[in-house]
Write a protein that binds this ligand. Structure first.
Ligand SMILES: [Zn+2]
Length: 422
């Protein structure tokens, strides 16, 4: 019985035109410029495991290799150690689902044929379009767009990445913004006006939000630092004085609170990276509970919190339960850990209204990897919902409506996407 329910849920999901709630996918025009698309270049997060296991990036690992045979000999020992890891299974799923790979492991006997298929297929002129549109069946990808960059609206919806706004004590960063908005940012109030102008320009072109990923390099904790304190610190930066970290943090915190207010005033979503960092990340700094002062002080700002705050996914569930302005975004999660994804979702469904759960965000560069991720996502969501129906007194009707909410409807509502029926 549970098997057939799981199957029904999977079928239902395949028909949903999914909104990808967090994307870094290469633009189509850039994709075909990448010269070597192969088994060895098409990596997603396993790249980080290569670095962790060997101390080298994959380009360093393959440096000097003159053939794919040599590259394979260098990759093999990494796989021997790390093939159990979820970031590698993401690759295997992608190979099986998109490149007719029929085995469960890469071996001396099968890698060459797979490599040839990848090279061949990815060279087809309609491949990019086929993968994102026909195979993934995506409505749009909410794409993280760095300052001054562009996107392709036929595939993407923009949110503007804002870490640079926290670093305007750096002369280079400041001059870049000055050039772009064509005005000098000679004090804190001019600086803020410049930021608003930048954000509004993107909004006029269709951007639906702003994004911060500062948890990669500093604590998520920030305080509402008074304007006068931040203005003095900025003056000192303008005078070319070196700032200590506590001083820089005062200015950064002030700008973070300012951005939260701007997001509310302009009706933009405020996306924030929480949890999971890169190698050597300072894990406690990424705890989403550090955001409480910001979230409480900005109750009319809609916060879209990423990556289940993993490993603080239970904490972020309670944070969202108690904060009606927080949406929980599963971006990146299924390739980090399928089991952690299932546990997070299963608890959140007990805790948080169904209209504040965002079930999928690809968070990868290659369109092919979106599909591998989506297959893993659907599998986890089907496991969780089938079990909720079977054990936790959730009705099948509620489970089916959650699928639509999590994979599409909530994102359409939150980001204000055109809501034409599928
Ligand atoms: Zn991301």
């Amino acid at each position: 019985m549970s098997n057939s329910l799981r199957e029904r849920l999977l079928d239902e999901m395949k028909a949903i035109r999914t909104v990808d709630c967090h994307s870094h996918t290469a633009l189509r025009r850039d994709y075909y410029k990448i010269r070597q698309r192969s088994l060895f270049t098409m990596m997603a997060y396993f790249e980080r495991e290569i670095q962790n296991a060997t101390g080298k990036s994959s380009s360093k690992l393959y440096e000097g290799a003159e053939s794919d045979d040599e590259r394979w000999e260098r990759l093999k020992p990494v796989l021997d150690r790390c093939r159990n890891m979820s970031y590698w299974r993401h690759n295997i799923v992608t190979y099986r689902e998109l490149f007719d790979f029929e085995d469960n492991e890469l071996t001396d006997d099968n890698w060459r044929a797979l490599n040839e298929r990848i090279v061949e297929r990815t060279a087809e002129a309609n491949w990019y379009e086929h993968v994102t549109n026909d195979v993934c069946n995506l409505e749009t990808q909410v794409r993280n767009v760095p300052w001054f960059e562009d996107w392709e609206p036929e595939y993407f919806t923009c949110t503007l990445r804002m870490e640079s706004a926290l670093m305007l004590y750096n002369a280079d960063t400041r001059e870049g913004l000055e050039k772009h908005v064509k005005r000098s940012l000679t004090d804190l109030s001019r600086l803020k006006a410049g930021l608003i102008e930048l954000i509004e320009r993107y909004q006029q072109r269709g951007s639906v939000g702003i994004k911060l990923a500062h948890a990669y390099r500093r604590t998520l904790h920030s305080e509402d630092v008074p304007e006068s304190v931040a203005a003095r610190v900025f003056e000192r930066a303008l005078a070319g004085e070196g700032l200590s970290w506590p001083e820089r943090k005062q200015l950064e915190d002030h700008i973070i609170f300012f951005l939260a207010k701007v997001a509310s005033e302009l009706d933009l979503v405020f996306q924030i990276h929480t949890g999971v960092q890169g190698n050597w990340g300072n894990v406690p700094e990424s705890n989403p509970l550090h955001l409480i002062p910001l979230i409480h002080a900005n109750r009319s700002t809609r916060f879209d919190l990423f990556h289940a705050g993993y490993p603080f996914s239970r904490h972020i569930g309670m944070l969202a339960k108690h904060s009606a302005n927080v949406w929980l975004n599963m971006a990146w999660m299924y390739v980090i850990t399928m089991e952690g994804s299932r546990q997070s979702l299963s608890e959140w469904i007990d805790l948080v209204p169904g209209d504040r759960l965002l079930g999928f965000g690809s968070d990868v560069r290659w369109p092919e990897m979106i599909y591998g991720h989506l297959v893993m996502a659907r599998s986890c969501i089907a496991d969780v919902l089938a079990q909720k129906v079977e054990r936790d007194f959730l009705s099948e009707e509620a489970a089916v409506s959650l699928l639509h909410q999590m994979l599409r409807d909530n994102a359409v509502a939150l980001y204000g996407l055109p809501a034409e029926a599928v």
